[in-house]
Ligand binder design. Sequence first.
Ligand SMILES: [Cu+2]
Length: 695
Amino acid sequence: MSTWSLTGRLSPDVVTLFDVFKDPSINNAVVSGAASTEVIGILVAVALLTRYRLWKPLWEKWLTSVDHKKIGIMYIVLGLVMMSRGVIEGAVMRAHQTTSLGGNGILSAHHFAELFSTHGTIMIFFVAMPFIIGLINYLVPLQIGARDMAFPLMNQISLGLTTAGAALVMISLVIGEFETGGWTAYPSFTAKAFSPGVGPDYWIWAIAISGVGTLLSGINFAVTIYKLRAPGMRLLYMPLFTWTTLCTSILIIFSMPALTVAVLMLALDRYLDFHFFTNDLGGNMMNYANLFWMFGHPEVYVLILPAYGVFSETSATFAGKRLYGYKSLVVATMCIAVLSFTVWLHHFFTMGQSATVNAAFGVATMLIAIPTGVKVYNWLATLFRGRIRLTVPIIYLTSFFILFVIGGLSGIVLANPTIDYQVHNSLFLVAHFHNVLLPGLLFGMLSGIHYWFPKAFGFRLDEKLGKITALLWAIGFSVTFLPLYGLGLMGMPRRSPSYYNAEFEPWMILTGFGALCLVSAMLMLFATFWVSIKNRHTLAVPHGDPWNGRTLEWWTPSPPDEWNFAHPPQISGIDAFAYAKESGAPYNVPSQYHEIVLPAPSSLGFIFMCLFTLLGFALTWWIYWLALLCGLAIPVVLIWHSFRAEKCQVISAATVRQKDSAWRNQTQSAPGIKRDLESTASNKGKASTEGAVSV
Ligand SMILES: [Cu+2]
């Protein structure tokens, strides 16, 4: 096959839709089933959008929007779409392993390897990252009293690049195959000599493109927090979620380039016969391991810190108390951020460095438990003697306390190099990282979504269904992953398509049931959204403060106006909104209003998404003329765009006055709802401050 042919490596037989008819087997049924589910899903979405004439509003109100709130929501939608694939893949893997005693199993070993690679890649890069970036996008400008991100258009481009990466992973389900070397894509396994197919290339371009998007997001968040805080908001007056965002952004800015560079070096190895990571001609695979985990370990904290931020906000709000030890939480966050750069080597304790080096990195790893412990104690102290309401976010928080501590402790166990030698390649490790990522990141994000949903959409989520969802996640997690600790200690290797020890089987079946429970938790989550949307009129909270919130975002109507705040509020301490409610009349109408200038909608982010998806696809399949075309089009579009006169939309002072004073007047005259009626239909989003524990 010529490298320069018109269609590159593409040919009709790379489409996996009909594999099952060519060669009927359960494995191929799963392959074709997954591919056709995706194709049908897209067709149904197109049909529905056409049927309800939604293309125009979708384009005008969402895809071209530069409003940080809408971009945040789109990030989270992307995460939810990708999560439905990731969770089902996890369940398919469990189904395979319960049937794989003695080397059978429903899937081929190759397919199983693809599954654990896509599952990991999707869950980290296209579920966890969009969740945190989406939540940050939505919240941070509101929490600091800003009008938008520092760079609204760049924000849209970040979303476009992340979506392009996700699109490539989704395309690999139908056209060709994915890589089989895990979410880390370690060479030499992913080197050209051992994996000549398109799989690693899909991974490379998905990660490289979305990685640039994430880096731009990190820069955007940091600059926003440094430059756009409301008058009077000192750094130590910022809400804790904003603090964790700042630390996460700094982690992104320093760690993401390491990943992008490692991935591009791997691309040079594969495309242009460089030898960075080969075992010959001067290459060394350990260079990749170092670069990858220089990103990979801080990434763990990129993911977990925003969840810590969510737990800080929800524990204070639902205990009706000021956050205990605010400053120590800030310091702990910064300590975690710094320490996270000093431990990457614990990911390859077994790869032959000296005992001294291993010991140093082991100790550094264990140190992170100290600031983490500080945090857990502070949240507990916040709840202590508070007037706690047993809401959905509090259920997530309590599950987090119980389960995450087990995960954290197993991390300290693994930080001991001698123990790591024993269990590194076993399911013990799989248990550990799921044990931190599910109760930490996932529970944090889901409770955050539940908590801020009424802010974003103007109505609460159904509390009862939300509670069932939260419990199902907690139970599903425990049944699926806690047995893996035992299996790992019994010697079951990870990434293994089959096993030969009959003692493992009952435990594998148990985790299989757990996986079903997790799938039902996900379905329940979607059911919660569905039912709540249907009942949105009874659940409406237009006044904007349904939980008696403490931070600035609750000081706006729900959903907030496009410009967030008619006047940037004057800040003189932490928990500014709680203070305003205690000591004054927070909804007084200000005497004067000014016109507001907002950036105009733009199609640049969408165009970039299309061009980068096409570029990644062309490079993966060696369609070089197309890659060249896209590679030229991208800078041309960017230059063309920068020559256009800056377009803005001006909101007149009269419009701002009309909307803002209407909301203030209505809210002022509305009755305040006491906390025991919070989950009833009478909660329209104005909280009574009577009987609150004082700020
Ligand atoms: Cu690590």
